[in-house]
Design a protein around this ligand. Structure first.
Ligand code: ADP
Ligand code: MG
Length: 678
């Protein structure tokens, strides 16, 4: 079997299953092998019933005490079984598995494994898996992989598929020079790929993972090095001069730019007037006012007679930016258009036409901006908000006929400076390290779930005063579908808990773009008072009238992500509040949240977060979705990131050249990867 084979060469994967795998972007055997577990299940020794603990997945060895009974509740068939061991009795529950009534025999002994939950005050295991003693002891101490799944695909199906290919492969190339493998004591790549799926023990898993994370970061750093070198001599065809309109816009603003904003604007102006193409990153904490800087640059470009585009990660954000651009720039005779995926074919066609004929100067949109069909006319500036980066291919797509556009990337992810230099190694970095003055600092609190009723009263009061609130729903890992259900349920409950007549609506990732836009728009206009949402509101949304951000299960989010969420409030003149509801009693969880409680400074939070994470924090809480590698986490694996970057830095030009020459497709692969990851 070869790495590049389609997965339908695997036994048991027919057309239908293949399509399900495709949904996870698994098309080839290689994709399957690189579909890494998101964690492992450890089969530990069964424990006495007396010692079971709520919330823990564990096994008990027990005898069926009473014949299973079936109860019907609406369309559910519930089986309750009482089991016992020498230390006590307990209840086990299964849903819709009537056949168990025959399989589970009174007086027989089994091993039951599952998660302990509290139901009506007593601890039960729901849906435990059933094993014979022999079966279970064979699994003892083995780490079973847990894979990211999608509807219609079970973990077992993935395990089966991976098992079939893992030993039969002639493995892919090792891109890393031998001396580096040796120097950093890395596991052999082929071995690492096998062990990451079915590790013999935890130590081996950690080493395997380190190797693969190292590879990701190594290739990434290699790509950046190449990118940087390719950029050095690039001249721009779009020469610009300062424009009076920018000063006019500045004096029309209801506020004065902060010193930090002013400094960055000066840097941008200098870049845009230079001979070579700009490649700049603006890093500024949430709410530091990056958008207005972007707007100034867009205006300057338009007034020089060129086109400029502004790309953002979500349609909601695109709409929002579009509206503020129209507001601020129409009086300067600049024409602006929106381009997003949910537009009708006709609307899109009209937009393409207008762009091609240079009837519009500024184009705002999502990824739709880099579709092949879009033909720009003198595109001189490309701005991406919230760290979407362009890879080489995308840049090529943007360079229609000749010109090399200036590129500006804006990011609110407060990455510690040491990491930023590595991750954005190919860009010049500007930092806005100051929030607009006279902004009231957000008041924070970390509370337990028992505080919920008070939090709801607090929201009632704010709504009464004309303010609005976000409630971020408990996070569910398994699937987007469950998450959606969860949001809807929570929304219903919340409606019942808040004052009668409060408009509460929800937002989640599974909704159609149009629906999302609609809800967001009505929230922005104040027609919705309380918005229940998943983290889809995390990025960039600006509703200055919203003053409460309540986050359920705050302990499950990364600190940077919580900081982003918090950034949705405190954007206007009113005092804002952030309520982090901690659903865990663990000390570490509380300690982490205390960092947020104490500080509103994203960079400080990021540094502290990094300190709290040891290198052993494997599969820890991931940071916000943006800086994503398949396996590596720039925060948790920051040591490996530093090592890989250092290794690449020390390669000679000849060695870099050698690596690319020996692997003809590598260049495409690594440079292509940057699109997705950053
Ligand atoms: P971010 O950096 O998170 O993208 P925005 O650009 O969305 O922040 O700005 C947040 C809010 O602050 C907006 O409502 C914007 O109008 C306002 N703002 C920006 N700069 C200033 C300033 N210098 N003084 C006062 N308010 C400002
Ligand atoms: Mg922003």
């Amino acid at each position: 079997m070869r790495y590049q084979d389609r997965i339908n060469v695997i036994k048991g994967i027919g057309e239908k299953t293949e399509r399900i795998f495709n949904k996870l972007s698994i098309e080839t055997v290689q994709d399957l092998i690189e579909h890494y577990p998101r964690g492992y299940e450890e089969f530990a020794k069964p424990i006495p019933i007396l010692n079971i603990q709520e919330g823990v997945t564990l096994a008990i060895e027990a005898t069926v005490h009473m014949t299973p009974k079936i109860k019907r509740v609406r369309n559910l068939q519930i089986i309750n079984v009482v089991v016992k061991d020498a230390s006590g009795f307990m209840n086990l529950t299964w849903f819709n598995m009537p056949f168990l009534q025959k399989t589970l025999r009174t007086g027989y002994r089994y091993i039951f494994r599952g998660k302990v939950v509290r139901k009506n005050g007593v601890l039960v295991i729901e849906q435990p898996k059933i094993y014979s003693k022999e079966e279970y002891y064979r699994l003892l101490n083995i780490l079973q992989p847990i894979y990211p799944l999608t509807e219609g695909l079970t973990n077992n199906a993935v395990i089966k598929a991976v098992k079939q290919v893992i030993d039969k492969l002639d493995f892919a190339k090792d891109y890393i020079p031998k001396k580096i493998v040796k120097e950093y004591d890395l596991m052999d790549r082929t071995k690492a790929l096998k062990e990451i799926h079915f590790p013999k023990n935890k130590d081996i898993m950690i080493k395997a993972r380190k190797r693969l994370v190292f590879d990701e970061f190594f290739l990434y750093s290699l790509a950046l090095r190449k990118l940087r070198e390719s950029k050095i001599q690039i001249k721009t065809d779009y020469l610009m001069t300062e424009q009076q309109e920018c000063d006019d816009l500045l004096s029309n603003l209801p506020y004065k730019l902060t010193k930090a904003q002013m400094k960055v604007w000066e840097e941008l102006k200098a870049d845009l007037q230079g001979q070579s193409a700009m490649n700049r990153l603006i890093q500024g904490d949430v709410g530091s006012g990056k958008t207005v800087i972007a707007i100034l640059a867009l205006l300057m470009t338009a007034k020089n007679g060129y086109q400029a585009c502004f790309m953002v990660p979500t349609e909601v954000l695109a709409k929002q930016h579009y509206n503020s651009l129209v507001d601020m720039l129409s009086s300067f005779g600049v024409s602006i258009c929106l381009l997003v995926g949910s537009m009708t074919a006709k609307e899109k066609r009209e937009a393409y036409e207008a762009i091609k004929n240079h009837e519009v100067d500024i184009i705002v949109g999502t990824h739709a901006l880099i579709q092949e069909k879009v033909e720009y006319n003198k595109l001189a500036l490309v701005i991406t908000d919230e760290q979407h980066r362009f890879g080489v291919k995308q840049r090529e797509a943007l360079m229609t006929k000749g010109g090399q556009p200036h590129v500006l990337v804006m990011s609110a992810t407060p990455i510690p400076r040491t990491l930023a230099i590595i991750l954005y190694g190919d860009l010049d970095i500007s930092i806005i390290d100051e929030l607009p003055a006279r902004r009231l600092p957000i008041k924070n609190c970390v509370v337990e779930t028992s505080y919920r009723p008070s939090a709801y009263r607090f929201i009632d009061n704010q709504v009464e005063e004309g303010r609005q609130a976000y409630v971020i729903c408990p996070m569910v890992e398994e699937s987007e579908a469950i998450e959606a259900e969860n949001v809807i349920d929570y929304c219903e409950q919340l409606k019942a808990s808040l004052k009668l007549g409060t408009t509460v609506e929800y937002l989640h990732g599974k909704m159609k773009a149009k629906e999302k836009n609609d809800v967001m728009e009505r929230f922005a206009q104040g027609q919705i008072s309380v918005l229940v949402s998943t983290t889809v509101v995390e990025v960039g949304v600006n509703v200055p009238n919203a003053t409460v951000m309540m986050v359920e299960n705050a302990e499950r989010f990364g600190l940077a992500q919580l900081h982003q969420l918090r950034g949705r409030v405190g954007r206007g003149e009113h005092q804002s509040y952030c309520i982090f509801v901690c659903g865990s009693s663990s000390k570490v969880a509380k300690e982490r949240l205390e960092i947020l409680n104490k500080s509103n400074n994203g960079f400080y939070i990021a540094e502290e977060d990094l300190k709290l994470r040891g290198p052993g924090d494997m599969f820890g809480i991931r940071q916000s979705g943006s800086l994503e590698f398949k396996l590596g986490d720039v925060f948790n694996d920051s040591m490996v990131l530093k090592q890989a970057a250092e290794a690449v830095k020390r390669l000679s030009d000849q060695e870099v050249h050698g690596i690319f020459e020996a692997n003809p497709y590598l260049e495409d692969k690594v440079l292509g990867n940057i699109n997705g990851t950053l």
